[in-house]
Write a protein that binds this ligand. Structure first.
Ligand SMILES: C[S@@+](CC[C@H](N)C(=O)[O-])C[C@H]1O[C@@H](n2cnc3c(N)ncnc32)[C@H](O)[C@@H]1O
Length: 485
């Protein structure tokens, strides 16, 4: 493709993503390229990279368009501004690309030219940009981010601008980590061990793994390190009864099943049966035979009632704002609305309460989100504990050695919860709380606590910790000094 044709395709894809804001950008992009098979691999990568970069800096680009009184915010306006401000294309070269030639964008009109001319020689950042513009987030989200991270919120959000690495989880039903690493190397895919996730491998270079034998034979799955750690916190053991209550297409179900050696039972549940169905092929490929899929709905209502108090572990990977995945899904920065958050909060609380009924005394309940907003995380847990005194928090440092076994990130040593971020841990932003259902009623004030039954790690921690301990920004001894694994 000529540079002009690439620019035209970039504009087209961006317009499509913006007009289909109800769909995740990656799905829109997949459909876009499927319908244009003539676009080769190299061009496809270049176009995607540019579009994803533009979505990451959309706030600043839009700020410049406002400042120069550009007539609109169409794809051509945004892409034009990006080429000038980021790639430093001078206006006359931009005009040569926008010349209306075959496969190239239509010529810039007078108003467009007048606005874009003012960008010549400028950079994306400008001292007059407010923090939220500079950091490419919507203004209404800032108080939530401050609550999460305190004054280091800017650095945390800046870290979400870095494109994510490709992370793999080795399926221990099929291979050891070393065997999988060697199998990938034979395909020319070099990887390194992860700092935290014990079965994780990170690609040294961004390459596609899905066509290769290691992936096709179920030795590895694509899964962010943070997501792997959440699944590992379930501490699935052979013979256990486990529910993955919001299983979706089974990302964490697969990891849980891999820890059980096909002994015991995992029930994967979700309100969307179509999502659950998508896990079937992945489970087959992984050789996981102990997973049962059940859609939440009228068909399983009776079954669900009968299962009360039956499970050793229940994972609630709740639907959330996805703010922790903004480096992967930068469109989320712009599509998220206060209304979405307001709708999610009661939904998350309802799901957590419903799922908790399945946990047996002494059993564990893991609540997780890929959000960094305390309203969806710490405050949900506070409210849940208030109305469910039979549950208590298990501090993450108590679970980590047995469930995960790698060195505990220092900033989590005194945190009741797992709080992961790209800046500190090199993962997506994740939150997880591990709770245990007490086997006996909680001690009343002043009374010495009673002993508990159940799994060793959970039992020891069943009296819990103060869940009102400060959010992640406040607990780190090394604020923002996290290292990339
Ligand atoms: C964060 S996603 C789960 C991702 C999945 N666990 C994984 O690791 O791939 C949240 C899931 O919750 C499901 N969900 C939404 N409302 C629900 C409800 N009321 N009960 C159970 N699941 C629900 C959504 O369909 C979605 O699949």
């Amino acid at each position: 493709m000529t540079p002009g044709a690439r620019v035209a395709a970039t504009i087209e894809l961006l317009d499509e993503i913006v007009s289909r804001s109800d769909r995740p950008a990656d799905l829109v992009a997949n459909a876009f390229f499927r319908a244009r098979r003539f676009i080769g691999g190299g061009d496809r990568r270049a176009i995607s990279e540019r579009v994803w970069g533009i979505l990451r800096r959309y706030g600043q680009l839009a700020w410049w368009l406002d400042r120069t009184r550009h007539p609109d915010r169409s794809g051509r306006a945004i892409v034009g501004a990006d080429l000038m401000l980021v790639e430093k294309v001078p206006l006359h070269d931009l005009q040569a690309m926008f010349d209306g030639g075959r496969y190239r964008p239509a010529p810039l009109d007078e108003a467009e030219t007048r606005a874009l001319r003012q960008l010549d020689g400028h950079s994306l950042s400008h001292p007059q940009q407010p923090d939220w513009v500079r950091l490419n987030v919507q203004e209404w989200v800032v108080p939530h981010l401050r609550e999460a991270y305190g004054e280091s919120w800017g650095r945390e959000i800046a870290a979400l601008e870095t494109p994510p690495p490709v992370d793999l989880r080795v399926n221990r039903l099929k291979a050891t980590v070393e065997e999988a690493q060697r199998a990938l190397a034979r395909e020319g895919i070099e990887t390194e061990r992860m700092l935290y996730a014990p079965n994780g491998l990170r690609l040294k270079k961004r390459l596609s793994v899905v066509a290769g034998d290691a992936f096709q034979n179920g030795l590895v799955e694509i899964q962010d390190e943070g997501s792997q750690l959440v699944a590992a916190l379930v501490d699935a053991q052979p013979g256990m009864q486990i529910v993955d209550y919001c299983a979706g297409a089974g990302g964490k179900t697969l990891a849980i099943a891999a820890g059980m050696n096909n002994k015991g039972r995992v029930v994967a549940m979700d309100v969307l049966e179509t999502r659950l169905d998508r896990s079937a092929q992945r489970l087959r490929r992984a050789g996981a035979h102990n997973v049962e899929r059940r859609a939440l709905g009228p068909d399983n209502a009776k079954w669900l009632k009968r299962q009360k108090g039956m499970f050793d572990r229940v994972l609630v990977d709740a639907p959330c704002t996805g703010t922790g995945t903004w480096r992967r899904n930068p469109d989320g920065r712009w599509t998220l609305s206060p209304h979405d958050l307001a709708e999610l909060l009661p939904k998350q609380a309802g799901i957590l309460a419903a799922a908790s009924r399945l946990v047996k005394p002494g059993g564990g309940l893991i609540y997780a989100t890929c959000s960094v907003l305390p309203a969806e995380n710490e405050r949900q847990i506070d409210a849940f504990l208030e109305s469910h005194p039979d549950f208590a928090v298990v501090p993450i440092a108590d679970l980590w050695p047995d469930a995960i076994g790698t060195p505990l990130p220092p900033d989590l040593a005194h945190s009741p919860y797992l709080r992961l971020s790209p800046l500190r841990h090199g993962t997506d932003g994740f939150f997880a709380a591990a709770l245990v259902r007490r086997s006996s009623p909680p001690p009343s004030k002043g009374e010495v606590s009673s002993s508990h039954e159940g799994e060793a790690v959970l039992r020891d921690a069943a009296d819990g910790v103060d869940p009102s301990a400060p959010a992640s920004g406040d607990t780190s001894p090394d604020d923002g000094g996290g290292k990339e694994p």
